[in-house]
Design a protein around this ligand. Structure first.
Ligand code: V47
Length: 366
């Protein structure tokens, strides 16, 4: 097999060589480059390329946050085929957390609370608003990252308000940023097959644009490893890059590996190699995103650690308890301690930095 060595990277797949030349000279990658990356078998060279881009942004630092995820209810009017979490009234696994149960999950050592749930058939906007307000009153130092664009759209509809009005009220209650969920795959084909009753890409982008214009940072996700094609994954990332150019405000991109559970969509979860290619592809294409997250809840701890050498600069956080992936039988732990996250980062040769929800550094663990 012939190989090419350029600046410490030995390439076995020649397709990567011109991509590396573009990366080193700061030329933006395009659709074909993204497809080559997702198709390559030259995993070690790919990891080095993505790590080079990561280092240029965040050197050896990998971030994590002391956070808690709260999913206040799984009752949801939608019927997305990839979701084992959602329930209908009367289902055995349906639940609603009381305000006391929500507050009991929090403590002052947390920097962030991440809240996402279902579109409850009976709750009013005020019920969702009250969750933010009560958390903010009880724990003013915890930054609140809550409600995906799908929920914001729902609040505007049930509250008969504009998206701006919804976000203004949430800001008054204590909201600080928006999570990246509900993006799924920006493809009408995938939407028709897996989430046809949920809002589509145009509305998702509109809501994030408005949030950014109002000064709310947000994240963006991609749900991969099911029926989407590589072309759709790449198109998804490029559309995000364009949106970030137009109205900056995305803090991080989070590739979410589908947990097949009982969804019937695919037999097994994407392989680790597939996960690493997707993380690396995101790092290489999304040159205007500061962070790519290695979300250990869905990748599993081992792959999540390796992804820190494939362009990821953030492990998310301690989480505490997570239901969306775990209802779909995710094999990862339900929460990790701070020390475990620090070990995972150190084992991958990086320097752990604890951050808050907005990426302000709380402490570097040299
Ligand atoms: O939008 C649903 C996904 C998302 C499954 O912003 C599934 O920091 C895998 O958005 N397997 C919600 N994924 C989670 C989310 C998120 C997660 C971590 C960090 C951040 C952030 C945001 O979970 C949904 C959907 O795409 N999802 N079912 C499943 N079976």
């Amino acid at each position: 097999m012939s190989t090419t060595t350029l600046e410490d990277i030995t390439f076995q797949d020649p397709v990567l060589v011109p991509i590396w030349e573009k990366v080193r000279s700061g030329v933006r990658l395009g659709r074909e480059d993204g497809l080559s990356v997702l198709n390559t078998w030259d995993i070690t060279a790919l990891g080095k390329m993505a790590d080079y881009v990561k280092r240029a942004k965040t050197a050896d630092i990998v971030y994590f946050v002391m956070n808690r995820q709260i999913n206040p209810t799984n009752l949801c009017v939608l019927d997305c085929t990839f979701c084992d979490f959602a329930a209908k009234p009367g289902d055995d696994h349906a639940y609603e957390l009381s305000m006391d149960e929500i507050l009991d999950k929090l403590s002052n050592e947390l920097s962030e609370v991440h809240i996402v749930g279902g579109l409850h058939p009976k709750w009013k906007f005020e019920d969702y608003l009250n969750i933010v307000a009560r958390i903010h009153q009880a724990f003013p130092s915890i930054q609140i990252k809550a409600w995906t664009a799908v929920e914001i759209d729902w609040f505007a509809r049930i509250g008969r308000m504009s998206v701006r009005e919804v976000l203004e009220k949430l800001r008054e209650a204590g909201l600080q940023s928006l999570p990246g969920g509900g993006a799924e795959v920006f493809s009408e084909r995938v939407q028709e097959a897996t989430f046809k009753h949920k809002m589509g890409a145009d509305r998702w982008f509109e809501i994030h644009r408005i949030a950014h214009e109002m000064g709310f940072p947000s994240n963006a996700t991609l749900l991969y490893g099911h029926i989407e094609t590589y072309e759709e994954r790449v198109a998804h990332m490029l559309r995000l890059r364009e949106a970030q150019d137009e109205t900056p405000g995305f803090l991080s991109f989070i590739p979410l590996a589908l947990q097949p559970g009982n969804t019937g969509l695919v037999e097994r979860q994407a392989s680790s190699i597939e996960d690493l290619r997707t993380v690396a592809c995101a790092r290489l294409l999304l040159d205007n995103f500061d962070h790519i997250k290695s979300y250990w809840v869905m990748l599993g701890e081992e792959t999540a650690s390796i992804a820190l050498n494939f362009g990821a600069s953030d492990l998310d956080g301690t989480i505490g308890e997570e239901r969306i992936a775990h209802y779909a039988q995710a094999q990862s732990a339900v929460g990790l301690a701070r020390d475990k996250l620090i070990d995972m980062i150190r084992e991958s040769g990086k320097v752990p930095a604890e951050r808050d929800a907005l990426y302000n550094v709380v402490r570097v663990y040299n």
